[in-house]
Design a protein around this ligand. Structure first.
Ligand code: FAD
Length: 473
């Protein structure tokens, strides 16, 4: 059949992976079509992920700063929260960015096709519109960037609006009196931070024996302590086991994570429940088999160092190819795939991908963690700088922070780093650069950092390892 649309390159999905790939390929002179089922570009990150969550976390930080004003001799009245206005602020931020993307697509003559795409052959995708109409698109090459979605534990009655995934929580329908967060990872704790600041009584249950599994325990400690001080109830090694909904409440029962153990948390009534137990790739939802593209049982698509799937003219990038599911990983892979599709000889060279939890305090880590290093028996040296010795941290009243660097004992090169404290996410980039460039402890220590900054703590951690530190502060 004749195709309705022809193109050199089609990109399926317009998240940070998809739009970056489409824009890069267009900049390299390719004729590109970008398929997106939703009305706006930007995918999870811009619409219901990174961006709206950070806008709401900013509101939480304004509330918290005001609450701590008294320590400085400045008092404010208790906050009055206009949820509609706050939601409006968040939507304005998201709208500005998604409109910007639409403009950038237009400028580059990337053709955006709204609808749901599925492969029908190795060179064809059928696009279905919301009205039931279909269009056949024929492509020479394709980049799959269809992303992921929240895991919806089947024990919860998802047709009840009080049961929320992260998208529902970001919609900010109201501020529930009692909120249960199932899952103490990055997304669960970011949303717990927002709702606690807005006034919800928040309970967090986490299956593992620490919050934020994946980050070093010592980095998680200051966050756990602050959450506790703020009245957030955290129960580790606990899982939600039973759910009953009545008009009045969502009643949740708990069990210890270990078989047969007793939970430390009694069954309780909640007004809303956020389930944040991870995300699953969308690989099984695009009929990839019609194109011959292999999809794993879990829905991931395997790729090589050029982001090619097992079908050489079809690439895949972003959340759909594997962990960590992060926007900056997706966009990095996107550029690579677009360049290879355009005929450039490139491959994946990134050594490390930073992770950040934008909680209060923030936790950021990159490269090898101390836990991993010990488990693997790596010969590592650690340089730790406690923020209690930082003049700047003392000045902002946040001495609970820590900056930690891990060095290869043989080469003295930095191979990992972790930071907990306000702005940790802004500080981790330097460590990523240091690892990528093969910096040694002495290089970092000898680089003059501005004083007094939290950023200085990176150089101080290297000085701690070098043994050249003179004064703390
Ligand atoms: P996605 O962003 O998931 O985009 C995929 C797109 O494809 C979607 O728009 C989808 O509608 C579309 N699509 C899927 N199937 C089809 C189809 N068949 N036809 C047409 N279109 C289709 N990451 C960070 O780095 N920093 C953060 O602070 C951060 N915060 C987050 C907060 C939350 C609450 C969540 C949920 C995620 C967060 N993430 C964060 C993760 C980040 O959003 C993802 O890693 C990123 O969006 C992945 O990009 P992607 O392009 O692979 O896929």
């Amino acid at each position: 059949a004749p195709a309705d649309i022809e193109c050199a390159l089609v990109v399926l999905g317009a998240g940070p992976g998809g739009y970056t790939a489409a824009f890069r390929a267009a900049d390299l002179g390719m004729d590109v079509v970008l398929i997106e089922r939703y009305a706006t570009l930007g995918g999870v990150c811009l619409n219901v992920g990174c961006i709206p969550s950070k806008a709401l976390l900013h509101a939480a930080s304004v509330i918290d700063h005001a609450a701590h004003g008294a320590e400085l001799g400045i008092s404010f009245a208790p906050p009055k929260i206009d949820v509609d206005a706050l939601r409006g602020y968040k939507e304005k931020v998201v709208g500005q960015l998604t409109r910007g993307l639409a403009g950038m697509a237009k400028q580059r003559k990337v053709r955006v096709e709204q609808g749901t795409g599925r492969f029908v052959s190795p060179n064809e995708i059928e696009i279905s519109g919301a009205d039931g109409s279909t269009r056949l698109l024929r492509f020479a090459q394709a980049i799959i960037a269809a992303g992921s979605q929240a895991v919806k534990l089947p024990m919860f009655p998802w047709d009840d609006p009080r049961i929320m995934d992260s998208t529902d929580a970001l919609a900010l329908a109201d501020v529930p009196k009692r909120l249960l967060v199932v899952g103490g990872g990055i997304i669960g704790l970011e949303m717990a931070t927002v709702y606690r600041a807005l006034g919800s009584e928040v309970t967090v249950v986490e299956f593992m024996d620490q919050l934020m599994p994946g980050a070093d325990r010592d980095l998680v400690k200051p966050l756990a302590a602050r959450l506790k001080a703020q009245g957030v109830a955290v129960h580790l090694k606990t899982r939600a086991a039973t759910v009953k909904v009545t008009k009045k409440a969502v009643t949740v029962g708990f069990q210890a994570a270990s078989e047969g153990g007793k939970s430390t948390l009694e069954s309780g009534d909640y007004d809303r429940v956020l389930v944040a137990v991870g995300r699953a790739p969308n690989g099984a939802k695009i009929d990839a088999e019609a194109a011959g593209v292999e999809v794993t049982e879990r829905g991931f698509i395997a790729v090589d160092r050029q982001m090619r799937t097992n079908v050489p003219h079809i690439f895949a990038i972003g959340d759909i190819v594997g962990n960590p599911m992060l926007a900056h990983k997706a966009s990095h892979e996107a550029k690579l795939a677009a360049e290879v599709a355009a005929g450039e000889k490139r491959e994946w060279v990134a050594r490390v991908i930073p992770s950040v939890a934008y909680t209060d305090p923030e936790i950021a880590w990159v490269g090898v963690t101390e836990t991993e290093a010990r488990a693997k028996g790596l010969k590592v040296g650690v340089g730790t700088f406690p923020w209690a010795a930082s003049g700047r941290a003392i000045g902002i009243g946040r001495t609970e922070g820590t900056t930690k660097l891990l060095f290869d004992e043989e080469t003295r090169r930095v191979i990992g780093g972790g930071i907990v404290g306000p702005n940790a996410g802004e500080l981790i980039g330097e460590i990523a650069l240091a690892i990528e460039m093969g910096a040694e402890a002495a290089d970092i220590a000898a680089t003059i950092h501005p004083h007094p900054t939290l950023n200085e703590s990176v150089a101080m951690a290297a000085e701690m390892y070098e043994g050249t530190i003179t004064d703390l502060i």
